[in-house]
Write a protein that binds this ligand. Structure first.
Ligand SMILES: [Zn+2]
Length: 244
């Protein structure tokens, strides 16, 4: 690895196991797809665990069951573009996430069984974004329940001891949590090199992006302020919590 990469916030010295826990099929690509592609390209192992099946993300022309099937298939293709190793769905219904104890236990179960080094989720405090759009309640609930599971539950033997006793899942705390769509980001990664992969992955979410050319232009306009449409640079931002 170069000196630059060693100094970068993700300049990890050996391959990391990275687990992405978010609400919907398409959230990983929209929130941080270029970063996930950068990590996969650098040799890190990326897995997804998505809490809902996305069965409400569409109009009246499709049934909820059809949406569920379409969106899962789109998610698998998009993840493959980025080099993600596996995608699992908890299959909760879209729009119903709440940061309850039952869901917290599910997250603790996945953290203790997968034992990720790095965990990626989103910001539960983001009620509305800088464009004045209301953040989806599932996003807030996902961020909340994931953080609630990370601390203090996942690493403490006294939380959900039945997971240890009945399933042999020992306590585990990820070393870092990377919070995407953060209200107050602390890390900004230059992801210009993998932006095209993010766009390619996003285009697999055909049911979500509308007319592809208009979508591409809209996304391209999100370049950094100090770059141009002709030579754009792109960033993805995170709040990074170091737990160990
Ligand atoms: Zn979403």
């Amino acid at each position: 690895m170069s000196a630059d990469s060693q100094n970068a916030p993700d300049g990890w010295q050996k391959p990391q196991k990275i687990l992405v826990i978010l609400a919907h099929p398409d959230d990983p690509e929209f929130f941080c797809g270029a970063t996930l592609a950068r990590w996969a390209r650098a040799g890190h192992i990326v897995h997804y665990f998505l809490l809902t099946n996305g069965n409400k993300g569409g109009g009246p022309e499709v049934t909820s069951e059809e949406l569920c099937t379409i969106r899962k298939a789109e998610q698998l293709k998009a993840a493959a573009v980025l080099g993600v190793r596996s995608v699992r769905f908890l299959d909760l219904e879209d729009g119903t996430l709440v940061p309850c104890l039952e869901l917290r236990k599910e997250i603790v179960r996945i953290l203790r069984s997968e034992k990720p080094d790095i965990l990626v989720t989103c910001d539960p405090t983001m009620l509305y974004n800088w464009l004045g759009r209301v953040n989806h309640p599932d996003h807030r609930a996902a961020g909340q329940v994931v953080l609630d599971a990370v601390f203090p539950a996942a690493g403490n033997v006294h939380f959900f001891p039945e997971l240890i006793k009945d399933e042999g899942l020992q306590p585990h705390t990820p070393r870092e949590v990377w919070i995407s769509l953060a209200a107050n980001p602390t890390v900004s990664l230059d992801v210009t090199d993998t932006w095209d992969l993010k766009m390619k992955a996003l285009k697999e979410h055909r049911s979500q992006i509308g007319e592809p050319r208009a979508f591409e232009l809209r996304m391209r306009s999100r370049h950094t302020e100090d770059s141009t449409d002709e030579a754009p640079h792109f960033e993805e931002k995170f709040r990074v919590l170091k737990l160990q």
